[in-house]
Design a protein around this ligand. Structure first.
Ligand code: NAD
Ligand code: DAU
Length: 339
């Protein structure tokens, strides 16, 4: 199997590359990544000596570079993780989200068509379903729900999903899509809730909770997301969408308190700040389809996954200290100073 993983230097993409090389040591994996602020080559560096691994720095929206790579590589399967992924940044500046998440996906699918790639898998998000009310715990996202995105980020991801389904119907491109809930785990960039709160707590800095902290997210340990994508690319039906989630709903406040408790830090570090514009209330996935069709089940309980994650950040300070000391801090000051 010749596998192309785009966005493989980011959080989930890198976890997926490690997962796949461990499970299928004979697969040839190429990572294509632009190395934006969110991409980190340090994460993949230990794979440099593996003859089955190759890294290519390129932009998925650069048609010439992408076509050249596809022509020389003969990929069987493409898994597209490459994206601008942070909702707050999309609210600040949507343009790059449309370019990478929509036009970049188009370029990849055009290359798949031109070079006869056997499967294009689009890594999507549950945010394309909009949100659910807080007072209806009986409601869940299912694959047949209409797409109603709230942020420029989720609108760009919804566009990419629609484009992928259109390429399947119009050109017969063998496409699958997965839509996952919030991930957490190693190599998570510290602008996102869980790593940001772990690092701030370790540094005795305020923990900025948006609004009331009552918003609910459905957390999945990243390795469980990787095992689901593995099943979809091997056994999923083309033209189909698969929701991925483990019924792990928590309010943001509950997550932040659990982190503080684990680290033995006081709840007085919690600071309520201005809410996110258009802030989605609740996400909750119904994973019945992927369970019934492909036999997928998550393996990691939230309490265990959170402990694994916190321990990873404690053991890998070098990885995140480089990020926190650099350009990311300019973003942090801009985002939180007047909130
Ligand atoms: P991330 O921001 O950590 O990583 C994105 C990666 O894509 C980075 O390595 C970055 O350098 C690369 N990239 C960005 N623009 C690029 C471009 N134009 N060309 C090539 N590479 C580019 O994101 P993540 O959290 O790992 O998310 C990966 C995918 O999973 C995204 O598509 C996201 O929408 C989706 N997703 C994420 C979550 C989550 O909880 N993080 C949940 C569901 C779905
Ligand atoms: O649901 C899947 C999505 O999950 C992915 O598609 C996105 O790429 C990913 O970033 C994530 O989006 P969220 O907006 O849910 O994640 P984030 O970590 O930014 O925020 C989680 C919740 O925590 C959300 O309700 C906002 C809140 N929050 C976030 C930050 C960064 C805070 O209260 N304070 C913060 O400082």
């Amino acid at each position: 199997m010749k596998l192309l993983v785009t966005g493989g230097a980011g959080f989930i993409g890198s976890n997926f590359v490690y997962y796949m090389l461990e499970k299928y040591p004979e697969y040839d994996i190429t990572v294509l990544d632009k190395l934006t602020y969110a991409g980190n080559y340090d994460t993949l560096q230990p794979l440099e000596s593996n003859p089955h691994f190759r890294f290519v720095r390129a932009d998925i929206a650069d048609r010439e570079a992408v076509f050249r790579l596809f022509e020389e590589s003969g990929f069987d399967t493409v898994v597209n993780f490459a994206a601008e992924s942070h909702v707050d940044r999309s609210i600040e500046d949507p343009g790059i989200f449309l370019r990478t998440n929509i036009l970049g996906t188009q370029v990849l699918m055009d290359a798949c068509r031109a070079f006869g790639v056997g499967r294009f898998h689009q890594v999507g998000t549950d945010e394309v379903y909009g949100d659910l009310p807080l007072d209806r715990p009986d409601l869940f996202f299912t694959e047949d729900m209409p797409l109603t995105a709230s942020s420029p980020y989720s609108a760009s991801k919804a566009s990419a999903d629609l484009l992928a389904l259109a390429y399947h119907r119009t050109y017969g491109l063998p496409v699958t899509i997965s839509r996952c809930s919030n991930n957490y785990g190693p190599y998570h960039f510290p602008e996102k809730l869980i790593p940001l709160m772990i690092i701030n707590a370790l540094n005795d800095k305020p923990l900025p909770v948006y609004g009331t902290g009552e918003n609910v997210r459905d957390w999945l340990y990243v390795r469980d997301h990787c095992s689901a994508i593995d099943l979809v690319i091997h056994n999923g039906r083309v033209g189909e969408v698969y929701n991925i989630g483990g019924h792990n709903e928590r309010t943001n406040l509950a997550v932040v308190k659990a982190i503080l408790k684990h680290l033995g830090k006081p709840e007085s570090l919690i600071t309520f700040v201005g809410d996110r514009k258009g802030h989605d209330l609740r996400y909750a996935i119904d994973p019945t389809k992927i369970h019934n069709e492909l036999g997928w089940l998550p393996e990691t309980r939230f309490e265990d996954g959170l402990k694994l994650t916190i321990d990873w950040y404690l053991d890998n300070k070098d990885w995140w200290e480089k990020i926190v000391s650099g350009e990311y801090m300019e973003y942090y000051d801009r985002m939180y100073s007047n909130r």
